[in-house]
Design a protein around this ligand. Structure first.
Ligand code: AMP
Ligand code: MG
Length: 531
């Protein structure tokens, strides 16, 4: 496999504004982005699926709904002029107070393995898709309102999402995208005054999230385990026709879609997604098969966390008592989940074929992970012992509980003529300084060999490294600060954080504190499945 560059490196995503002044967020000369809420190019293809796959229904309006935040970059994805988001109709459409022209709202059924146990009936219990919008580049984006009220799949729950969890999902999907990871996106948060009961009484909110589709591994498992094998095929054909046309009628028998290559592609995408999580230090928290996207994108941000003080066994979900979804279990769980999907696809493919495709997981994972880690270390060529170099650094970070993001960001300064001060700044993050010096010497030698140069200082390498090692990540306490302000009705912090997270590789000198070690109170934050 050709080592892929770190996606997102040095990328400038462009304008992004939250509750912008009127007129601030227009697309000068960008006609594709000039669509209004009423002229969005809805092509509700999901509703072309027969009834057992989804139920048509409307959003149940929240009381006192109002716009809390929006992401102009996400608006651009559906060619929507961001100024439109500030029209009162936007909230009215999202909140089901008015039918959205062109939309055909519906909720989908699915099942899933939750913490290893098969649960035969799940589904969009609190999410309603308005339909799919095709942008000028031909991409499809399913617009889904999460927290939209009860659906036939709500089981005994209220169909709502609290403000706290929508803020976390909204911010983290933007952060993941800016870090170069495949992910759902989020257009806006609508807050409300409607009481929603969790451990305490909170308020309900909606997040409008977007993905090619929100179809999950569990969508296939639902029909397979009910013995409705023809519907597994219908769903696969639907996904291939609308989202992966490259696999339609290629190598398959009798002009059938190439199910084998399609599954192989899902395997590789999933492997690459998880490699990216491991490289940026992201723990998803609830890798149930109903939270695994068929498109290999990060889906359902709940009790996630980023590595701060390095802990390979980080369990970020307070409800995950056994640590099934601990940080270092993620690559193995990804494979386990794909095996569940493989089982659900046995009506379409021979077991040997499925196994052959599953075997693509490990090389796809390792290839991407190593490519990302080399980029983080500023290396351009591959060497066999690179994994060992990375492992030793991880072992030392674990021993010292060094902050993952800060270590890598400081490593960038080593080559930027920072001299002994830069070296000391990294070394001081480690308890066993001599051991770190030994690693440092090995790293220097490796860099010199890689560059073919006599001198270690190399501003170009340092700049390259700063383009892949973020200065800003969504630390739990930063999210918590934005959440507490929002709960008091002040949404400005969400906007500030969004801006930093969308440009995580830039210096933002005015916001140095957001890149610092978390304060002591941060260790007390517990995040659970409750949302
Ligand atoms: P999650 O843990 O958020 O991935 O949710 C697992 C399942 O429970 C999904 O089918 C959700 O739609 C459903 N669910 C979670 N919270 C609620 C809620 N408040 N109301 C209805 N369904 C919910
Ligand atoms: Mg879910």
């Amino acid at each position: 496999m050709v080592p892929a560059p770190v996606a997102g490196a040095g990328r400038r995503i462009g304008m992004s504004t939250i509750i912008a002044e009127p007129g601030e967020t227009t697309f000068a000369g960008d006609t594709a982005a000039a669509r209004t809420l009423e002229t969005l190019a809805f092509e509700p293809i999901q509703s072309s699926l027969p009834a057992p796959f989804q139920t048509r229904l409307a959003v149940t309006p929240l009381v006192g709904a109002h716009l809390a935040s929006f992401d102009a970059d996400a608006a651009r994805l559906i060619d929507l002029d961001p100024a439109q988001v500030q029209r009162p109709e936007f909230v009215a459409y999202l909140n089901g107070e008015r039918p959205w022209p062109g939309a055909e709202p519906s909720a989908m059924v699915y099942a899933g393995h939750q913490f290893g146990v098969y649960v035969p009936q799940l589904g969009d219990g609190r999410a309603i898709s308005f339909g799919q919008v095709r942008n000028a580049r031909g991409e499809l984006w399913d617009l889904q309102s999460k927290g939209a009220g009860p659906t036939p799949y709500s089981r005994f729950a209220d169909g709502r999402a609290v403000l706290r969890s929508t803020i976390r999902e909204y911010l983290c999907s933007a952060a993941m995208h800016a870090l170069g990871g495949p992910t759902t996106r989020a257009l806006a948060i609508v807050a409300s005054s409607e009481p929603v009961v969790r451990e305490s009484v909170e308020t309900g909110a909606l997040v409008l999230r977007m993905a090619p589709s929100h179809i999950r591994f569990g969508s296939f498992e639902f029909f397979f385990h009910r013995g409705q094998h023809e519907l597994v095929r219908t769903l696969a054909d639907h996904v291939i026709a609308h989202h992966c046309p490259a696999f339609a009628r290629r190598g398959g028998e009798g002009g059938q879609p190439d199910y084998a290559e399609w599954f192989g592609d899902i395997v590789e995408r999933t492997a690459r997604m998880i490699a990216h999580w491991q490289a940026v230090g992201f723990a998803h928290g609830v890798m149930n098969t109903d939270n695994m996207s068929i498109h290999g994108i990060t889906l359902d941000y709940g009790p996630f966390g980023f590595l701060e003080a390095f802990d390979a066994g980080l369990i970020c979900n307070h409800s995950d008592e056994g640590g099934r979804y601990a940080f270092d279990n993620q690559p193995g769980i990804g494979y386990w989940n794909l095996a569940c999907l493989a089982q659900a696809l046995t009506p379409l493919l021979e077991v040997d074929t499925l196994k052959a495709m599953l075997a693509r997981y490990e090389p796809a994972y390792s290839g991407r992970f190593l490519a990302l880690m080399r980029a983080k270390l500023g290396l351009t060529a591959a060497r066999d012992d690179d994994l060992d170099l990375v492992r030793e650094l991880f072992a030392q970070m674990q021993h010292s509980r060094a902050d993952y993001t800060i270590v890598f960001r400081r490593l960038c300064d080593l080559g930027a003529s920072g001299g002994p001060r830069a070296s000391a700044q990294v070394r001081d993050l480690f308890l066993d300084r001599e051991r770190f010096e030994r690693w440092g010497a090995r790293y220097r030698a490796r860099v010199l060999e890689d560059s073919g140069s006599e001198t270690f200082d190399d501003p170009a390498r340092a700049a390259r490294m700063r383009g892949v090692n973020p200065k800003f990540i969504l630390r739990n306490y930063l999210a918590q600060t934005a959440i507490e302000a929002a709960q008091r009705g002040d949404y400005a912090e969400i906007g500030r954080l969004l801006h930093l997270l969308q440009h995580p590789f830039d210096e933002h000198p005015a916001h140095e504190s957001y890149a610092a070690l978390p304060p002591d109170w941060a260790t007390g934050i517990a995040v659970s499945c409750s949302s």
